[in-house]
Design a protein around this ligand. Structure first.
Ligand code: ADP
Ligand code: ZN
Length: 741
């Protein structure tokens, strides 16, 4: 460390690291695995660190670099990010610089000079720069103590981003005798991980894999019905926040950008069809908070590490789970909550399938598997994190993540729809599977249209027997049939055909469950959900004044605002109202250098605000671990919450069912969600709703004891299919409540 304080030298490694974390970066504590990785690096043990985007990989080499006497070098393929990273470090008072092809000859020479004079703690390099003879020779003559290889997956041909230069790196690192090697990547695929470890010569013992669960991302999948309106509704909840909207094609990007701007939003496009200059300009405007929204194709994102992206919308379907995960991963790097909305439609899935079918056979098979995995995620009727993390080989088993549409009760309940499904299927059978959806529906609804009469279909026994559902509701039954592979649509004639599954259902051997939702409810609950930032308890007026100050300083210095202070820092300032340099240092993200450089500017704003409003400083004790992430629990206007409250208030299941116009089984489902979200309910009234006799109850309880409470199917089977699912669910709920008591 250049400006090393004498106290540091006498401390054990990890305490030194903590000291640097507080003093230089102003952070309270290490994030998961950072401590282990840093400890390992400080002991000069080669290390491979696998952490999701936003996990905090940079500190893993930045902190050792400040503790080591010699130089640390960081190899990164992302040239466009180096300047920002160096600016960021400079703001923290760290002596860092970079070498790559974007520098002017003068600047390049100036940096070489700094290196020669041992003035740097950290040097960022593009791989091809490091491989150059003169650079390599210069560095070989110096005390290089750490070689960090960022984006280490680039070394693997199996990765999505193979760079041949990376292959040569392992030869080069051998030239720095005293240097520890640290590979870093956010790629979770085991095959790539192995390849990296092998190519860099890093053994298993030194590999650290963090969880890929990004707790602060709210995951929401919504059926796409009117995409523009849905997007606008969503954006209204995120006014003046930064976010990315991903579209399928360039044309859609341009169209949506236009539509959003016409509706008063502030958006710029980004896709490969724009010239290089326009792309860079739009990207910079986004990074510098000059525009809120970027509408983009997948071309956007690689070179972005803006920490305060508050939302990512998938206006169209992503290619596969991996790219979806990567894209939503660009949100919320600062650890504050970010909202991810995925507008899903079967039409989009068909479009992707069309492209898949153009590929070579082997490639087609792999792509189809990927699509299936993504569909599994979209269609899952369980916590979104289960399927998402399963893809990365991680087992997620929290009862309620509190941060997805399912866990917060924003998804509709599944109900038994066997009877309407049988009606639909038998109509298909009676018309010899020769007709399409509309014709079948006309028969079910007893329509007098001429095609119905022409074929004498008004004489069928199923004519007019489907009046319990409206057309939109039948449409949902139909989409469940397609989704669950019970029927398929023949492309050429658009006629519907039964699959083997349908035959089971017609015979009565198989029940069908699906979502038939009341459209009103979904819209209401969605549109009133508040964004996280809005629900935090801090002074918004002060926050926006501090943001203005930040913008002002950033403009003057020609740097992105987040380099000065992140949102978390401004939020804490707007909560604690620090009035002195000393209390300012206790704020998250304020280290010594930043306090010195920007302290007076921000203290000035806070002091005059507090004077004006007659506010006092709140104390933030050193040890306080105030977490700025607030989990959403059940939203107050969600059905499960309302139903749970009604039940708690003494209403019976049957009463609630008739009051809100759903089946009793659905009410029980809502109450289960309410309980799973951590709310309590009285047990007395539950069992009564099952309508089981004492003798039946006895049998049912025994079956649950034997087969566990989690799944209904084994219990249903064990009871010879005599007790219907609805009744079993009630008992399951009862047992669940007792367990949690
Ligand atoms: P990655 O490279 O893994 O995507 P970064 O290193 O860019 O992640 O870190 C993401 C964000 O988290 C940055 O804004 C960084 O300052 C912040 N951060 C990292 N570690 C901590 C920590 N221990 N406490 C608070 N913030 C942290
Ligand atoms: Zn969840």
């Amino acid at each position: 460390m250049q400006n090393s304080e004498t106290t540091l030298v006498t401390m054990p490694d990890i305490q030194q690291a903590e000291h640097v974390l507080h003093e230089v970066f102003g952070f309270e504590e290490f994030r998961s695995l950072q401590k282990d990785i840093i400890e390992n690096v400080l002991q000069k043990k080669d290390t491979l660190a696998i952490m999701p985007t936003g996990g905090g990989k940079s500190l893993c080499y930045q902190i050792p670099a400040l503790i080591f006497d010699g130089l640390s070098i960081v190899v990164s393929p992302l040239i466009s990010l180096m300047k920002d990273q160096v600016d960021q470090l400079t703001a923290y008072g760290v002596s860092a610089s970079y070498l790559n092809s974007s520098l002017s000859p003068q600047d390049y020479e100036a940096t070489l000079d700094l290196i020669r004079r041992n003035k740097l703690d950290l040097l960022y390099l593009a791989p091809e720069t490091l491989l150059k003879g003169n650079v390599l020779n210069l560095l070989s003559g110096l005390n290089v103590e750490c070689v960090a290889i960022d984006e280490a997956h680039c070394i693997s041909e199996w990765g999505h981003d193979f760079r041949p230069e990376y292959r040569q790196l392992s030869e080069v690192t051998g030239r720095f005798e005293h240097a520890v090697s640290l590979g870093l990547t956010a790629t979770a695929t085991p095959r790539v991980q192995k390849d990296i470890a092998h190519s860099l010569g890093l053994t298993d013992a030194n590999t650290f894999v963090a969880s890929f669960n990004r707790k602060n991302l709210y995951l929401d999948v919504v059926t796409k019905s009117s995409p523009l309106q849905q997007t606008i509704n969503f954006l209204r909840r995120h006014e003046s926040e930064s976010g990315i909207i991903y579209c399928f094609s360039r044309k859609q990007v341009d169209q949506l950008t236009q539509d959003l701007n016409a509706n008063g939003f502030n958006a710029l496009p980004y896709h490969a069809g724009l010239g290089e200059a326009d792309r860079t300009q739009n990207q910079n405007a986004f990074i510098r908070d000059e525009v809120d929204i970027i509408v983009a194709t997948i071309a956007f994102g690689m070179g972005i590490d803006k920490p305060d992206v508050r939302f990512v919308v998938h206006h169209d379907m992503p290619q596969n789970i991996e790219s979806y995960y990567q894209q939503i991963g660009r949100a919320g790097r600062d650890g504050l909550q970010a909202d991810c909305l995925f507008l899903f439609s079967y039409g989009d899935a068909a479009k992707i399938r069309y492209f898949i079918n153009q590929k070579e056979e082997e490639e087609q098979r792999v792509a189809e598997q990927h699509l299936q995995k993504l569909m599994g995620y979209v269609e899952a009727h369980q916590c979104r994190r289960i399927k998402l993390l399963e893809y990365f080989g991680e087992h997620f088993n929290e009862p309620n993540c509190g941060m997805c549409d399912f866990c917060t009760g924003d998804t509709p309940e599944r109900e038994k729809i066997t009877i309407p499904v049988q009606k639909f299927l038998s109509t298909m059978v009676r018309t010899e599977q020769r007709f399409g959806y509309n014709h079948i529906l006309n028969i079910l609804l007893g329509s007098r249209r001429k095609e119905v009469l022409k074929f004498n279909h008004d004489k069928l026994s199923t004519y007019g027997i489907g009046k319990e559902f409206s057309r939109p509701e039948w449409k949902q039954v139909y989409s469940e049939l397609m989704k669950q592979d019970i029927i398929v649509r023949e492309i050429e004639h658009k006629s519907l055909k039964l699959t083997p599954k349908a035959k089971e259902i017609l015979k009565g051997d198989q029940e069908v469950f699906g979502v038939i939702e009341e459209p009103v409810h979904k819209e209401q609950s969605k549109s009133s959900a508040k964004s996280d930032i809005e629900s935090l308890d801090f002074n918004r007026e002060l926050f926006s004044r501090l943001k203005e100050k930040r913008m002002d300083l950033a403009r003057k210095q020609g740097i992105p605002p987040f380099i000065i202070f992140g949102d978390t820092t401004l939020i804490e300032m707007s909560y604690y109202y620090p009035q002195s340099a000393e209390s300012l240092l206790k704020i998250h993200g304020v280290g010594r250098a930043k306090a010195k450089k920007y302290g007076d500017d921000f203290l000035g704003v806070i002091k005059s605000f507090c004077k004006e409003k007659d506010l006092n400083e709140r104390s933030k004790s050193d040890t306080s671990k105030k977490t700025t992430l607030v989990k959403k629990t059940l939203s107050k206007d969600s059905r499960p919450f309302q139903v749970g409250q009604m039940f708690r208030g003494g209403k019976k299941v049957a009463e609630i069912a008739s009051e809100i116009g759903v089946k009793e089984g659905t009410v029980v489902g809502y109450i289960s969600k309410f309980v799973k979200a951590g709310h309590s309910i009285p047990t007395e009234n539950i069992l009564e709703a099952s309508g089981l006799s004492a003798e039946e109850m006895d049998k049912v309880r025994k079956a649950f004891d034997e087969h566990g409470h989690e799944l209904l199917r084994p219990v249903f089977d064990a009871l010879d299919e005599e007790i219907p699912y609805d009744k079993l669910r009630v008992v399951q709920l009862y047992l669940m409540v007792q367990d949690s008591a």
